[in-house]
Design a protein. Structure first.
Lengths: 331, 331
């Protein structure tokens, strides 16, 4: 496997809407049915009717539990008895560790040195074995390959896995069932698992809904990939505050990006911080910088038209508070 | 009316469990059905199974919408066509303004000068007319009496009103329906509306559940009242960070305190700040200092025994972020 992941794969291994529906059926008993929250003051501020799907209140504090558990519940017969393994900047690692714990499995995770302390603590608390590596996808994949060679385990890739993508789409499917007439549905894009799954859910459940990915301008590979028509990659670990979005888009997710996503927007770092603060003030919810990118695009007036219904999947809420003095200070 | 409220009233004007049930029936279509959230890491920290009922996600960001709307929906025939009026440190004012707005009524509110800016902004946004007054219950009641003399309006007291108390109890009733086997249910106590309503709900729906009020040590009138058997009052406006708990307990609520509440605990200011911070970190929820008092008692090990189920009504989430640098800094 190249450090950028496979360039091609069996087309049948890209999930479809039916896979998202089946995943929700499989996962529902294990999930927090996360609330969809509203704020009249925030609506007034941005001139839209905004619906936030609170995956920061999901097990592990992020949507990642959906995809990780979907993969664990569908592992092949050959993997029974093996640990599960992955590399992740944090949220997928914690999610896989929790999913493994729920099923009585061991879990091995490679975590880069630039992961936030709170995310690392969550992985430790869930009982996973951990190896650290330098930042960047190449180093992560190399460290995991070494470990897998020494100790066989069942790989659950953080985003380029059909089971993971289908699982991530279940958050949007729940949102669309609860709020059927969204004009726009926006989610952050890093490796693209959430965006790919969300696009599948929207195309199947609400075909008229526009699907938008948002990423930091400092990690704009998905926007560039959509423009150029080929997968562009990020070099190293971009210095964005959105630590969950430092990955290049995966192959399957690039296929779904081209097939089902209307647009990818980019936002600046200062807008990310301002969005976190406004969500805390208006919704009383702590969201992580990776979640705030979509809110930032909304505040810029770039999601939907005035008066329209805009949905956002708040992807997670894992933040190191001691690094967040800006939460209490106007930016 | 004395500035401390009436010493006696018609006993039939103290609400009962049936009034709470009727209130929930009346209010349900108007309310956010707020989530009950869990955190495995927080459970591990305090050695209890903790259930937080998130009234910080209620309309107006506090449980106060329940009682205010219940009063508005039950106003007497003589009040039809009149504005509604109250005094409040903020959350009840915003709640009554929102309830009036929902029913197309004018709303007059007296707000003390020490109210937080975010709470004041919410009242303004909901279209109420406002008069400011010095801090302390006596000044608030005097200012409101002046205004009522000049412009007749239907008074909805922030806590010493049977309709308000019954409405506030609906949050606990929802929680007890969702989590039937709580060993302890704890709520903050200021004027005592939430505690009175909660005690009624628990006695009716879950008689074995222990009901505990928690207040700042700097505003400990309910604890002193329970000990002495008579209503003790706070002088002036106590300098607690918990701005919603600076009121002395109301007459009806004192009756309910003696009749249905097991215990009132007090907590220090530093414990309130630490509790706010821990809830933000573990639950990704912003709670106001007045809500944090109950969490602080839990963290002190004073609510329930290890392994027991403890419920807390998180009363609100209205915080001035620029005053909250401590949220990002260890205390």
């Amino acid at each position: 496997m190249s450090s950028f992941g496979p360039e091609t794969a069996d087309a049948s291994d890209v999930p479809d809407f039916a896979a998202v529906v089946a995943a929700l059926d499989r996962l529902a008993p294990w999930l927090v049915r996360t609330p969809v929250v509203r704020s009249t003051s925030f609506d007034a501020l941005c001139g839209r009717r905004v619906y936030l799907k609170c995956e920061n209140l999901q097990h592990g504090g992020a949507f990642k539990y959906r995809g990780a558990l979907n993969a664990v519940l569908q592992r092949p017969a050959a993997a029974v008895g093996l640990p599960v393994a992955t590399h992740s900047s944090g949220n997928h690692a914690a999610a896989l560790a929790l999913a493994a714990q729920a099923r009585g499995l061991a879990c091995h995770v490679v975590i880069p040195e630039d992961a936030t302390a709170s995310k690392l603590a969550a992985v430790v608390a869930a009982g996973a074995r951990i190896r650290r590596c330098p930042p960047g996808l190449a180093a992560r994949e190399a460290a995991l390959a070494d470990w897998l060679a020494a100790e066989p385990a069942h790989l659950v890739h953080p985003f380029d896995d059909a089971r993971v993508i289908a699982g991530q789409g279940t958050a949007a499917l729940e949102l669309l069932c609860e709020v059927p007439e969204l004009a726009v549905l926006a989610v952050p894009v890093g490796g693209g698992g959430l965006l790919g799954g969300t696009a599948l859910a929207a195309r199947g459940a609400s075909p008229g809904c526009r699907v938008v990915g948002v990423e930091p301008a400092l990690a704009d590979d998905a926007a560039r990939s959509l423009r150029s028509g080929r997968r562009e990659r990020l070099e190293g670990s971009p210095p964005t505050l959105a630590d969950g979005l430092r990955s290049s888009i995966g192959w399957r997710n690039f296929v779904l990006l081209q097939r089902c996503v209307d647009e990818v927007l980019t936002v600046e770092e200062t807008a990310i911080v301002a969005a976190m603060r406004l969500v805390l003030q208006h919704y009383r919810l702590l969201i992580e910088p990776s979640s705030a990118v979509a809110v930032a695009a909304l505040l810029d007036g770039r999601l939907g038209r005035p008066g329209e219904r805009v949905g956002i999947v708040i992807s997670g809420g894992n933040v190191d508070l001691q690094q967040c003095r800006y939460l209490a200070a106007p930016v």
